[in-house]
Structures are given as structure tokens and as C-alpha cells.
Design a protein around this ligand. Structure first.
Ligand code: SAM
Ligand code: DTB
Ligand code: SF4
Length: 322
């Protein structure tokens, strides 16, 4: 082993500097996967993958300008706006997800943040889903003071709010809210006693250094997130990022491995973009330490592998769901 590889392998910093994460991403692929596997097996059942099902409870018409997002009102995509779903629709979908084996149900809304009048309806959804025996998660945008506590009281277990990318690349993607806004929402979620689900998107034209920057930001949150979704950009016609050069899949796998190494106890979620990945690439992601997926044939507005295909893949790989 050469000097730089052994240096990287021996480091377990409490604060991750961007060059240290970049050094991980630069490792020979097999060394990186080996390192990720060692950590993964120390903290997790290497053959267990957690299943979360998503539902979009309010779709499209969002005032924000996230360059990847088909739900932003200002971009002309094929997504049709949909006002808030009824409580019954949400409960029926959650019941079906549980029957198929999902353990967590995540409700997403295309908002900059919830208005106070929305919180009541969302709270009913959360408590009804929780009553089915599912873990609850919501992703509703930025939270105002007090809202995290209300969601927690309704029974919310996880709040998803992504940093999306490295600070230096962020302005290329989103201008209507800044990085600090996101960090503030995460602080409120943590202070309310909820689990933090926070990750990002790769394949948006960022550099490897920027991917390292994202991972370092996540790993340096104190404490680091309980759940870390790594999304590969789903390119949607009409969004500014449509047409971006696709990220090489090995680079995606490397990003998963870096997340696993820097955030050993977190659930690392192989998130958006699975429909464009072969089974072999997904297997590499599990090998690199991914231990959670979105399960069900739809993400929020875009496609996801059918659950039967995931069941088959798990069977081939000897993976059991949790
Ligand atoms: N509107 C809320 C917000 O942005 O905070 C919650 C929903 S938003 C759709 C949740 C996350 O989905 C985004 O932060 C982003 O990371 C991810 N996402 C959205 N569109 C995506 C796409 N086309 N490809 C990959 N990930 C995407
Ligand atoms: C996350 O990080 N990825 C999920 C979930 N959190 C809410 C959303 C992916 C959305 C992909 C594009 C769409 O389906 O609209
Ligand atoms: Fe709106 Fe969320 Fe899409 Fe950004 S990611 S445009 S905030 S729905």
C-alpha cells in the first residue's frame, strides 16, 4: 500500500476537512470499497436494507428556483400541480406501503416552507400514519420557529431537509434560499428532538471537490445526520439542469462510500436515480455502505423501480429488508 492510501485509512478525524474527504474519493476503487465495508460491518448488518416509501402530499407550483426540481413553478415541466391530498388518500397509500414491507413513510410537499394553516393538516397525516405502526418522515421545506415542535408533537420521527450540494456550488443551483437557511432549519429539527435526515444531490455538474465538500458539510454537522440520502440527479425536461453531463456511476458509488466512512452510524440512503442504474451498480452501492432505499414505483413526481424488481434484486443479493 502506498503512503497516501495508508494515511487516509488511518485517519478518523472528528472534523472532516474537504481535502481529507477528497483523498477518500481519490482512492483506488477497491481500497475505497474495502474501507467502507470495514466500517459498514462494524456498525450495521451488512445484508439489511431499510425501506421508505414516498408520497407527494402537495405537488408542483413551488415558488423556489432549485435548478434540479420539476416542481418549481417557474420551470415548464410535465408535472401537474396538485393541491393537498386528503387524509384518506394518504392513509390508504401508507397502509399499502406497509403491507408491501416499508417501515417508514415520507410525506413531501412542494413548498418553500409550510404555512401555519398547513401544519394542522400535515399533523393529522403524521399522527394517522404513525398510528398504522410506520415510522414517519416529512420534507416540507424551511421551518419557522415553533413548527418543528408542532410536527414532533404530532408524532414525526424524521425531518428530511437536504443541504443538496457544497457551499461553493450551491449558488449555481438555488438562489431563493441560502445555505444558512437550511442549516437553521436543521438546528430547529434537532432542537425539537427529531431525527435529522439530510443529504444531497450529485450529478449536477459539480466537481469531485464539491462532492467532497458536500460530504464534509454533512459529516461535520454536530451530530451528523441520522439518515443521509444521496440522490443522483434525475434529469427532468424543462428544468435548468436537464442536459447536464451524467455522472459516471462509479463516481456515484464513491460518494456513497465516502458518506459511509465519514458517517459510520448513519443510514445512508441510495435515493433518487435508481431507475437509471443497473442492478450491478445498485449492488455496488450496497457494497459501498448504502443501507436504505426508497421503495415503491414513484419518488415524488418521477419514477422509481417497481417494488417487485427491488424484491427480486434483494433476493439475488441475499438482502433482507428492515
Ligand atoms: N420542497 C421541500 C424542500 O425542497 O425542502 C421538500 C421537497 S424537495 C423535492 C426534497 C429533495 O428532493 C430536494 O432537497 C432534493 O435534494 C431532492 N430532489 C428534488 N428533485 C430532484 C431531482 N430531480 N433529482 C434528484 N433529487 C431531487
Ligand atoms: C430525498 O433526498 N430524495 C427524495 C426525498 N428526499 C424527498 C426526493 C427525490 C425527488 C426526485 C424527483 C421527484 O420525484 O420529483
Ligand atoms: Fe420547491 Fe423543494 Fe422543488 Fe426546491 S426542491 S423547487 S423547494 S419543491
Amino acid at each position: 500500500m502506498n503512503q497516501s492510501v495508508s494515511d487516509v485509512i488511518s485517519i478518523k478525524p472528528s472534523v472532516w476537512m474537504v481535502p481529507q474527504v477528497e483523498a477518500l474519493l481519490d482512492l483506488p476503487f477497491s481500497d475505497l470499497i474495502h474501507r467502507a465495508q470495514l466500517i459498514h460491518r462494524q456498525y450495521h448488518d451488512a445484508n439489511a436494507v431499510q425501506l421508505s416509501t414516498l408520497i407527494s402530499v402537495k405537488t408542483g407550483g413551488c415558488p423556489e428556483d432549485c435548478g434540479y426540481c420539476p416542481q418549481a413553478a417557474r420551470y415548464h415541466t410535465s408535472v401537474e400541480d396538485q393541491e393537498m391530498l386528503s387524509l384518506t388518500e394518504v392513509i390508504d397509500t401508507a397502509r399499502a406501503a406497509k403491507a408491501k414491507g416499508a417501515s417508514r413513510f415520507c410525506m413531501g410537499a412542494a413548498w418553500r416552507g409550510p404555512k401555519q394553516r398547513d401544519i394542522g393538516k400535515i399533523s393529522e397525516m403524521i399522527s394517522s400514519v404513525k398510528a398504522l405502526g410506520l415510522e414517519t418522515c416529512a420534507t416540507l421545506g424551511m421551518l419557522k420557529p415553533g413548527q418543528a415542535d408542532q410536527l414532533r408533537q404530532a408524532g414525526l420521527d424524521y425531518y428530511n431537509h437536504n443541504l443538496d450540494t457544497a457551499p461553493e456550488f450551491y449558488g449555481e443551483v438555488i438562489t431563493t434560499r441560502d445555505y444558512q437557511d437550511r442549516l437553521d432549519t436543521l438546528d430547529q429539527v434537532r432542537a425539537a428532538g427529531m431525527n435529522v435526515c439530510c443529504g444531497g444531490i450529485v450529478g449536477m455538474g459539480e466537481s469531485r471537490q464539491a462532492r467532497a465538500g458536500l460530504i464534509a458539510q454533512l459529516a461535520n454537522l454536530n451530530p451528523y445526520p441520522d439518515s443521509v440520502p444521496i440522490n443522483n440527479l434525475v434529469q427532468v425536461p424543462g428544468t435548468p439542469l436537464h442536459g447536464t453531463e451524467a455522472l459516471d456511476h462509479f463516481e456515484f458509488v464513491r460518494t456513497i462510500a465516502a458518506a459511509r466512512i465519514t458517517m459510520p452510524k448513519a443510514m445512508v440512503r441510495l435515493s433518487a436515480g435508481r431507475q437509471e442504474m443497473s442492478e450491478a451498480v445498485q449492488a455496488l452501492c450496497f457494497l459501498a455502505g448504502a443501507n436504505s432505499i426508497f421503495y415503491g414505483d414513484k419518488l415524488l413526481t418521477t419514477g422509481n423501480p417497481e417494488s417487485q424488481r427491488d424484491d427480486n434484486l434483494f433476493q439475488k443479493l441475499g438482502i433482507h429488508s428492515i
